[in-house]
Design a protein around this ligand. Structure first.
Ligand code: NCD
Ligand code: ZN
Length: 348
């Protein structure tokens, strides 16, 4: 018997759409299933001001194919010269949903990020006052800290002191990858949530490194050992509203991934819902999928869940997804979990 699952239409609370030809190619992959997404501002140059966000939003809407509906929820890239008044005005105008903190050098296009948190304190205080959430890439960047420890060290040395200092700041710890991060968010007092990506639920560091290096599994924060993956799976399927979906779908062309210095990012937009249904089914938690993909994110950002629905069906035979999509910049490989998928989203 075919299994069917109808959910409120999902939203993606962490997405990279890029710009230009890449934007045109990847946007439909998300808009096909998702109603809204938080759009990451790490373009080159980054989306820093309200005016930048207005212009980027217009480019996204212009790239949306006719007949598709999608609402981009814009973010501003926090820099040490960000003007608190500009942020407050963008929030008051309903233009931005969050501000993004990248520690300088933490990931793709983060050179303009923050080196010294003291320098952005006035912006953070303004955000706490007006209730504008801060989305955080939670990794330290110090050369002496092992890449597998960078999230844990960030929790202890940056996040906890920051939240003690500005307790009313709404924080989303993005793409959490460790048991430490999960425990922190579960137990913290105050206004905190965390996004979990699709790929971090499906891979651990063995998938990247055993039997040959797999550049398409390389992303930041880098996948950790299996015990951490297990903690992420338990949190995502627990029904705790602090944990919700942010795919971090982050397209790079194959040339840029399959390289001696490959870019970080997994492109999961195309098959994310099939992957998530697979994971939730494995965890015996299909009844928790809707909360994770469609209810907890809107609640956290003070928005209503979508009225529209999508229906997933489980097929008897594996469902195939394209290995890559073509973009004007070159092919982009679609995330391959390394085993068959049986779920697919019914065409509307
Ligand atoms: C992202 C990108 O490519 O922009 N890469 C990634 O590995 N996730 C940046 C980010 O979110 O860290
Ligand atoms: Zn990201």
């Amino acid at each position: 018997m075919t299994q069917r699952l109808t959910l409120r239409r999902p939203d993606d609370w962490h997405l990279h759409l890029r710009d230009g030809a890449m934007l045109r190619a990847v946007l439909p992959e998300t808009a096909r299933h998702f109603a809204r997404a938080i759009i990451m501002p790490n373009l080159v140059p980054p989306v820093v001001t309200g005016a930048d966000a207005t212009a980027y939003r217009a480019r996204i809407m212009a790239a949306l194919p006719k007949g598709m509906t999608f609402s981009p929820l814009m973010t501003l890239y926090l820099t040490e010269s960000t003007d608190p008044h500009d942020v407050a005005a963008a929030h008051a105008a309903g233009l931005v949903t969050a501000v993004k903190l990248y520690p300088a050098g933490a990931t793709t296009n983060s050179a303009s990020g923050v080196r010294d948190l003291a320098r952005v304190r006035p912006v953070l205080e303004t955000m706490a006052e007006i209730g504008l959430p801060l989305c955080i890439h939670g990794e330290v960047t110090h050369a002496e800290v092992d890449i597998f420890d960078r999230e844990k060290v960030f929790l202890d040395t940056v996040l906890e002191p920051l939240r003690r200092d500005i307790p009313n700041l709404k924080v989303t710890l993005e793409h959490v990858t460790t048991r430490d991060g999960i425990d922190y968010v579960r137990e913290a007092s105050g206004d905190i949530g965390a996004t979990i990506t699709t790929h971090h639920l499906m891979i651990n560091r063995n998938h990247i490194l055993v039997g040959g290096i797999k550049p398409h599994y390389y992303c930041l924060p880098v996948a950790k050992r299996a015990t951490h993956q297990e903690a992420l799976r338990k949190a995502a399927t627990s029904g705790n509203p602090r944990f919700f979906l942010g795919t971090d779908s982050a397209p790079h062309t194959d040339d840029n991934k399959e390289s001696a210095c490959g870019c970080a990012g997994c492109f999961t937009a195309t098959n994310t819902m099939a992957c998530l249904a697979h994971v939730f089914e494995e965890e015996g938690a299909l009844d928790k999928l809707e909360g994770f993909t469609s209810l907890f994110g809107p609640a956290r950002y003070g928005l209503a869940p979508n009225d529209a629905t999508i229906t997933l069906v489980k097929e008897e035979a594996p469902v195939t997804y394209p290995a890559r999509i073509e973009t004007g910049d070159g092919p982009v490989t679609v995330f391959d979990p390394g085993h068959p998928l049986f779920w697919r989203v019914l065409d509307q």
